[in-house]
Design a protein around this ligand. Sequence first.
Ligand code: ZN
Ligand code: ZN
Ligand code: ZN
Length: 238
Amino acid sequence: MIKKLLCDFHIHTTWSDGSLPLNQVVDLYGRAGFDVICVTDHISDKENINEENAAFIIPTSQCKNYLEALWNESKRAWETYQMLIIPGFEVTNNIKHYHILAIDIKEYIDASLPVDKIIESIHNQNGVAIACHPHIKDSEGNESLDLSKYLWDNHDKYVNLFDAWEIANRDDVFNVVGLKKFNYIANGDFHEERHLYSWKTLLQCEKNTEAVKKAIRDNTDVAIFLFRKSKPQLHQPG
Ligand code: ZN
Ligand code: ZN
Ligand code: ZN
């Protein structure tokens, strides 16, 4: 029986709007005992590429350097921690409201494209396409954020195109993904150190990129796991 791999497929660094540089993120996850991480900094639709948003997205001209930095870190992560790093993007469209994780990606993708074209582009690169945080509600149960609202509003259209949907993102759980019996994974959507403690995916497969992608696509030996530092303090306001 193969050991289950502890995975987080949704992580941001200072390449986009994360607060820690890539090497510190790698050390944090490596020391915490993770087996697989996918770094997924934001690339944006064309309408949102401007001076004001520059700090929150990878500049299009830097995407190649970003991917190179990931490949370099992946060597160090494997040697130091036996941790696999998979290069990714969060393809972020904040005009039409869809965020899509592109896992194991080799080239830039235009986030202005329609959802089906983005997924096609990910698949053409032999990557895995994940629908991000598709059903965000606040603690009162109201739909509070519409970052990826479009994906759930059109889930019937896209269910067979995505390889999986986030069933949990950081502290949030999207019961509708379970009720619909969609393929699922769970991720931390890491932006700062405290987000290490969040929902994660456990996969039962060999520790290499092809096996991990197959495990997500097949979605038979997937579990979700709430990774916590210590006993949670309940009933804290806010
Ligand atoms: Zn972000
Ligand atoms: Zn997002
Ligand atoms: Zn994100």
